[in-house]
Design a protein around this ligand. Structure first.
Ligand code: AMP
Ligand code: MG
Length: 399
């Protein structure tokens, strides 16, 4: 088994990632979290017309030569109404978002004006041309591409599509993923735990991450550690899904059946990836589906999923952004147990802006994943002192 660096493993996986085929057209309210299949081009200017940025008075600057100028109010323009051209030598009462009347070249905010009992308006401010007017097309010009194909549809992206009047969006088909957990020791939450059993956390953890990533998830009952059962389920799942993800059973022990079963039902690349936590990572195919075998230890499954599988999955979904990004952060902790492999510590950004480290970095300690908001990416053989800059990968900012 060859030993790959994290980057080598990632590049190998990304090279194999194939964009899912098929698109749906979904209403905006159903588009959140999907990946846009085609660009969205605006058919309109946004805003569509010059409008007021304030409650106040629209006027011609030339009509206000001096502070305290008095002008009559000739029309009232609430938002949603049409405006008449502004009569010379008058002002128009106007509200935020209402169309600026033709002929007006500024809006004076109401706080700078005084209404007299006679109906005239005193203007205590010399307006500047264009003041408080939001120009047609200042946000978006008609014909501009506002969303590129491959965009993850965040709330802001959906709002933007709505702002140009688009009601449905072409999105890539959801990736269908089958989730399998292996281990004869696994008990299902809600059932009593027997001797030697542990509750199956990976099944729920992995399914939840996948659902958050917009996948169509099928989670299977846990598999006993037998070769025959593993082959049978892999064959079934491989025929049904785009991607099959297993946890556990990928080591070389005689109770680890994923490896020989995948070799029988498809093809397997088993890599030793030089990362901690992380055991051998299995990658390949079962039937027509891509196959990923995660380690059984929940923290290792969590970390390898986020560092390696998530970018691969995003690329398969058709997302144009799929690589995790890191940024430099100051360490508020010490680390004097350097590993021979690149290590991903469970950390979080503290109130003082420095990174804190979860005390117990054991690969079975799932509480560290709940506590953390990201990983500190520590090169092999490196110790960390308080004040050092380390690379921080925030989970919430992963594509
Ligand atoms: P394995 O890779 O199958 O040898 O599993 C490594 C460790 O992870 C063992 O301690 C397993 O009991 C544990 N483990 C495997 N699968 C799960 C799971 N689905 N949920 C929780 N722990 C698991
Ligand atoms: Mg096992």
């Amino acid at each position: 088994m060859s030993m790959l660096s994290v980057d080598e493993a990632l590049e190998l996986m990304l090279k194999r990632a194939r964009k899912v085929k098929g698109t749906d057209r979904v209403p905006l309210v159903e588009a959140a979290g999907r990946i846009l299949a085609e660009p969205v081009v605006s058919a309109i200017d946004v805003p569509p017309f010059d409008n007021s940025g304030m409650d106040g008075y629209a006027l011609r600057c030339d009509d206000v030569p001096a502070l305290g100028s008095r002008l009559p109010v000739s029309q009232r323009i609430p938002a949603g109404s049409a405006a008449y051209p502004l009569e010379a030598g008058t002002v128009a009462r106007i509200f935020t978002g209402a169309p600026v009347p033709a002929g007006a070249d500024a809006v004076v905010m109401q706080e700078h004006c005084e209404s007299l009992a006679t109906g005239a308006l005193v203007i205590n401010n010399i307006p500047k041309r264009g003041e408080n007017i939001r120009k047609a097309g200042e946000d978006i010009r008609r014909g501009t591409e506002v969303l590129a194909a491959g965009t993850l549809l965040t709330p802001a992206a959906i709002g933007l599509a709505a702002s140009v009047g688009v009601a449905r969006l072409p999105v890539l088909r959801r990736l269908s993923v089958g989730v399998l957990s292996t281990g004869s020791e696994l008990a299902t939450p809600g059932h009593a735990i027997g001797p030697g059993q542990i509750y199956n956390s990976n099944r729920y953890l992995i399914s939840a991450v996948l659902k958050n990533l917009g996948c169509d998830v099928t989670d299977y009952e846990p598999l006993p550690d037998t070769y025959a059962a593993t082959c049978r389920i892999l064959r079934k799942a491989g025929a049904l899904h785009d991607l099959v993800i297993t946890s556990g059973g990928v080591s070389a022990g005689e109770e680890d059946h994923v490896r020989p079963a995948v070799e029988t039902e498809g093809e397997l690349n088993l890599w030793k990836v030089a990362m901690k936590p992380g055991k051998p990572l299995a990658f390949g195919k079962v039937g027509n589906a891509d196959f990923v075998g995660l380690p059984g230890n929940p923290v290792a499954a969590f970390v390898t999923f986020h560092v390696l599988i998530r970018p691969f999955l995003r690329k398969c979904q058709g997302a144009s952004r799929y690589r995790n990004e890191s940024r430099g952060m100051v360490a508020g902790f010490e680390w004097n147990k350097p590993a021979s492999r690149r290590e991903f510590l469970r950390v979080r950004a503290g109130a003082d802006g420095r990174l804190e480290r979860f005390p117990n970095q054991g690969s079975g300690v799932l509480t560290s994943c709940l506590w953390a908001d990201g990983f500190a990416d520590i090169p092999a053989e490196q110790t960390i002192n308080v004040g050092d800059t380390v690379r921080y990968i925030p989970i919430a900012e992963m594509p």
